[in-house]
Design a protein around this ligand. Sequence first.
Ligand code: SF4
Length: 364
Amino acid sequence: MTSTDNTTTPSETAQTENGHLLDALDPQLNRWLQDRGLPGYRGKQIRQWLFQQRAANWDAMSDLPQKLRRALAADLPLWQSRILRHIRAADGTEKLLLALSRGGQIECVLLRDRVRRTICISTQVGCGMGCVFCASGLDGVERNLSSGEIVEQMLRLQQLLETEERLSHVVVMGMGELLANLEALLPALAEAHRADGLGISTRRITISTVGLPAAIDRLAGSQPHYRLALSLHAPNDALRRQLVPAGQPLQTLLAAADRYFAVSGRRMTFEYVLLADINDQPDHARQLAHLLGRREALLNVIPYNPVAGLPYRTPSTARQQTFQRILTAAGLRVQFRHRKGSRINAACGQLRRAAGGRYRLSSN
Ligand code: SF4
């Protein structure tokens, strides 16, 4: 495992008067070019440099005239974050801790699994859902990220790839409850799947939520293309209220999820973090099987990855096996997912917390 602190201080990091250039790349670039009487094709060239050629700064865009690159660098900062830490694990996982110009710190992760190159991104600084086992929710939510701040994470992670590697999947599973920030997330995800963006199929974009039923319905009515993963974490409402204090009743959530999947046609995915002696008993598995009933779903069970300062533990292997056996016998498709990069605090919010004492930029 290698770690780098304060690895970059790009000269092109700042906040523009009008927000982030990546909030609305095409209109902002086109206006800037038009105001100077410059041809519109330059905008397409710049987009290609950013999304396909992984340029890290204006100067790298070598087929733009040098005078133009200098003017762009002076007027339009590309980035609004600074890399505070960059950690690489032996399994190929890389994690960035970013300090944002508008305040706050966020994390994003690149995961390597055979030919898959998956990026995991954040949507908020902190999180308001308060899941008791999660480092991101410990201090509440500070603010929503802008579309540009979300796109910036994708581009920065893509820049970590070797030339021959290609991004294949996006998971919105980092810090924050993404359904509380749909307005910024949807334009950012459009950049992920546009052919002249990152070019990732919507089938390979997963958004993971603990669930806000009204927002699930809004999503179903506008952008039902993405895979939705609903995090349950408990098989009954009493336990769920303890684990996800801001969560909604399970039946309300499942009804909203059913409506989404009826429109999207995408396979249902449910997530369940398995906590030793809390929600890992055989009876919990039986209740969970009953709750999910005959849905054509995939259930991802994630044995807990301990967080420093929190009292929760990983269940024993025997307990995990019993849990899995009961669910499988009930006819559910179950997958036990062990977190990659656990040596580098890969679960959301852990790195920010670990670094908090040294790098805290905000009140969080
Ligand atoms: S697990 Fe997700 S929804 Fe829950 S507090 Fe953490 S970031 Fe928020």
